[in-house]
Design a protein around this ligand. Structure first.
Ligand SMILES: Cc1cc2nc3c(=O)[nH]c(=O)nc-3n(C[C@H](O)[C@H](O)[C@H](O)COP(=O)(O)OP(=O)(O)OC[C@H]3O[C@@H](n4cnc5c(N)ncnc54)[C@H](O)[C@@H]3O)c2cc1C
Length: 458
């Protein structure tokens, strides 16, 4: 059949290759110009493009199934496997065991996916912005843009978190503010320099009193530092200035170790991020009906979650895999495909959204120091507190491990709740990493910019 896929992010790119390899004729619609000849890529409109990403095993499993040559190319370019078997996370030797994730820049991953999609027979790229999903006889029949109109038997909307195409057709999204904002920067290790401390499969994580510092290891000696700060604290918005960010990085021990000038040099300016939301939106309209058979929403246009957990590409590509299987099963019965996809997303994707809604609300309350925000011992512990209780009782790992690797849904943590309640009822609380508190960080940021004219900080 003829399929129009709107949006050439990870969701759209993997979809078009998967569709073409199943014998469909595919048009990939996106206005982005693609990477420059030197490989750099501004990618306006995808705010997170240069922010740190890590790719979980679920995402990589789908890539291996649908675009295996892209995975081979990424390993050859220096992407590192994440096995999760130990804190270093690396399998080494360029091998990729089943279920392993990847440490790699998002730009590098997307460049390889795009390369495969562009060469794929049966895929044609259409450089435009789709304005409307065309309909006839109560079903989708293509997409319309300012400069052209495309016919299609099936329209896939993979327009990401900011996409507005066919917005009015579905029931409104469920949404909650993550309460945090990203400010990050990429660095490259100097020739011969060793990596800094590794404490987690993605690199290293330090939970501080009022913010989180993370190091993401990428490909070929590149890594990112990230300060995830409370969005409500405007003082820390000034971290977007290089001088302030540098001062903060020097003061946070984990980031200072990684960015020591003898070890690494900055590759980018400081990258500020926008506000982040957990969102979920199924395929159906307000009345619970499929609004337009032949129209399917995939990827971030269905679900977005707090990016510090690195689930977005996985939940997106899991949807793609499910959609492709349903299309194989139901052929041109688009009602059956749409309804089955919606039911599957409600069962397998929405629980991750709900998990983040609860976690983020609890984290914001803790960051704001609200009374009783640390934990009600009789209440339901949020997943992050369950995870942190492993520090007291490592045997919880047999319940928590499958959740951490997304092999089990968040509901599986219920089995740990009685023990976790006991732990917190004893008065134990997770400790914070060594380094400045949020107020100390804010003071440091202000101090670092004291000499900068106010007009330059606007
Ligand atoms: C700060 C941040 C950090 C993240 N870190 C991680 C991480 O570590 N690990 C992880 O797995 N996930 C992470 N994510 C999530 C991940 O980035 C998304 O899940 C992923 O981008 C979803 O891909 P997508 O293809 O659905 O959407 P996008 O990547 O947003 O792509 C959408 C595409 O659609 C195009 N488009 C939009 N509207 C139209 C239109 N009308 N016509 C034509 N084209 C259109 C856009 O130009 C874009 O190319 C992070 C997200 C954020 C915000």
């Amino acid at each position: 059949m003829d399929v129009a896929v709107v949006g050439a992010g990870p969701t759209g790119l993997v979809s078009v290759v998967g569709l073409a390899r199943r014998g469909h004729r595919v048009a990939l619609v996106d206005n982005d110009r693609g990477p420059a000849p030197d490989g750099q890529w501004a990618r306006r409109g995808v705010m997170q493009f240069h922010h740190p990403h890590a790719f979980r095993g679920q995402a990589v499993d789908v890539l291996r199934a649908e675009v295996p040559e892209a995975v081979d190319a990424l390993l050859a370019l220096g992407a590192e496997p994440i096995t999760g078997a130990d804190a270093s996370g690396g399998a080494g030797g360029g091998e990729l065991p089943a279920g392993a994730g990847l440490r790699c820049r998002r730009m590098v991953v997307e460049r390889e996916l795009r390369r495969v999609a562009e060469r794929e027979p049966g895929v044609r790229r259409v450089r435009t912005r789709a304005d409307v999903v065309r309909r006839d006889g109560g079903r989708a029949v293509g997409v319309g843009a300012r400069d052209r109109s495309l016919d299609a038997d099936l329209v896939v909307v993979a327009t990401g978190r900011g996409g507005r195409l066919a917005d009015g057709l579905r029931a409104p999204e469920e949404s909650s503010d993550c309460g945090l904002s990203y400010v990050s920067r990429q660095y490259r290790l100097r020739a011969g320099a060793e990596q800094g401390p590794i404490t987690s499969p993605i690199g290293a994580v330090a939970e501080h009193d009022g913010y989180v510092a993370i190091v993401f290891v990428h490909d070929a000696g590149v890594f990112s530092t990230l300060i995830a700060r409370p969005s409500a604290d405007r003082r820390l918005a000034l971290l977007r200035h290089d001088a302030a960010y540098d001062a903060a990085v020097r003061a946070i021990p984990l980031l200072a170790a990684w960015t020591d000038p003898d070890r690494a040099e900055p590759l980018t300016p400081v990258l500020p991020g926008g506000r982040l939301h957990n969102t979920y939106r199924g395929q159906l309209d307000d009345a619970g009906r499929l609004p337009l058979p032949g129209l399917v929403f995939l990827g971030d246009s269905v679900c977005t979650t707090n990016p510090t957990a690195g689930r977005g590409v996985s939940t997106s590509l899991m949807q793609v895999e499910r959609f492709l299987a349903l299309l194989d099963e139901h052929g041109d019965d688009h009602v059956a495909t749409g309804l089955a996809l919606d039911a599957w997303c409600a069962e397998r994707i929405r629980p991750w959204f709900l998990d983040h809604v609860a976690n983020d609300a609890a984290q914001v309350a803790r960051w704001e120091g609200r009374d009783g925000a640390d934990l009600d011992p009789a209440g339901t512990p949020t997943s992050d507190l369950v995870v942190r209780a492993i520090a007291v009782d490592p045997s919880l790992m047999c319940i928590v491990g499958p959740y951490l690797t997304m092999r089990a849904l968040p509901g599986s943590l219920t089995a740990a709740h009685p023990r976790v309640r006991e732990i917190y009822a004893s008065g134990w609380r997770p400790s914070y990493a060594e380094g400045p508190t949020r107020d100390e960080l804010a003071a440091l940021v202000a101090g670092s910019l004291a000499e900068v004219p106010a007009t330059a900080l606007a």
